[in-house]
Design a protein around this ligand. Structure first.
Ligand code: SF4
Length: 321
């Protein structure tokens, strides 16, 4: 399958002010991300909050600029492209945000919200704009009557459908969905997930799905990249990752998923302690302070993401070498 994105050695740091002292600290949000994203796949990026997955999503769509590294889209380095090419890129790659309450302007009717990107980005006449809006709103399962209403008149699930319709207006090839269902009731989550799945099939979309919810990821994704402290620690096809996780962090995340069948959570797989501070990364393997299988080498040497299974772990690489 052809690569849509090719990401190599991505580093992103930003300054943050700490507590009441207001002291400035450097946050190491991305610490060398390498990742290819294939056209037409649903790639999930998983991990605890603070692991860098949302920053990676923002870096991909150039909402934030990494200090180092390369992001290629359709073979072109995004750092060096013209403003015209950047405009075309922004049309091809759309974002759906976590909070459908905040992402729609409360003062505009839904029709105006949906018409705005078409007015800005296309030369469509009024009747063509109307045709596109009616088509997209029906594709996300809403009635045309909704177009005369304001965002506050809708439920969370309906607002997320409107946000998805807006993302589809400019015929994107890729949607970056950042925790798109985590603000919704569980009963509504399934509807939005199924909608994304259907739209992916209909338009051969590439979907980059950012989530901390592994149950949703298991259902939706083709491949999964697991992130920890700003780097990818395991990358695998979804079926394989859920049936045979290799990295101790992935194992711990899967072990922590509540399930009716599971009688007990395996103690030996439990994470120790909290996520270390992103302003002061551990030496060696970034996961060593919490890893149930830590060895001496892990405290001093930083493993790389390697091998056919794409696992960043001394334990696994040693055993398979
Ligand atoms: Fe654990 Fe060591 Fe593997 Fe890191 S390299 S995940 S500390 S076993």
């Amino acid at each position: 399958m052809e690569n849509l994105f090719e990401i190599s050695e991505l580093y992103l740091q930003y300054n943050s002010r700490k507590g009441v002292s207001g002291r400035e600290e450097k946050v190491n949000a991305l610490n060398g991300v390498d990742l290819d994203i294939r056209r037409g796949e649903i790639l999930a990026i998983a991990g605890e909050s603070g692991c860098g997955k949302s920053t990676l999503a923002k870096a991909l769509i150039r909402l934030v600029k990494p200090q180092r590294g390369i992001i290629k889209f359709e073979g072109q380095d995004l750092a060096g492209i013209s403003s015209e090419a950047m405009k075309a890129f922004r049309q091809k790659v759309q974002m759906v945000f976590q909070n459908p309450y905040a992402s729609l302007n409360p003062k505009m009717k839904i029709y105006e919200i949906l018409e705005e990107p078409l007015v800005i980005n296309t030369s469509y006449p009024k009747d063509k704009r109307q045709e596109v809006i009616l088509e997209k709103i029906s594709q996300v399962g809403l009635d045309k009557d909704c177009l005369e209403k304001y965002p506050h008149e809708f439920s969370g699930g309906q607002r997320q459908r409107i946000a998805i319709a807006r993302a589809l207006l400019l015929e994107p090839v890729c949607i970056v969905a950042d925790e798109p269902v985590s603000a919704l009731d569980v009963s509504i989550q399934a509807q939005i997930i199924n909608l994304l799945k259907d739209l992916k099939e209909k338009y051969n979309l590439t979907i980059i799905f950012i989530s901390h919810d592994l149950r949703v990821i298991k259902y939706l994704s083709d491949r999964v990249a697991v992130m920890y402290l700003g780097e990818i620690v395991e990358l695998a096809p979804s079926k394989e990752l859920f049936s045979n996780p290799k990295h101790p962090y992935t194992k711990a995340l899967l072990n922590a998923i509540p399930s009716f069948e599971k009688k007990k959570i395996a103690e030996d797989l439990l994470l120790k302690g909290d996520l270390p501070s992103v302003t002061n990364l551990p030496k060696g393997c970034l996961f060593h302070t919490r890893c149930p299988q830590v060895m001496e080498i892990c405290r001093t040497n930083h493993p790389i993401l390697e091998g056919k299974d794409c696992v960043r772990c001394w334990l696994y690489n040693r055993l398979t070498d």
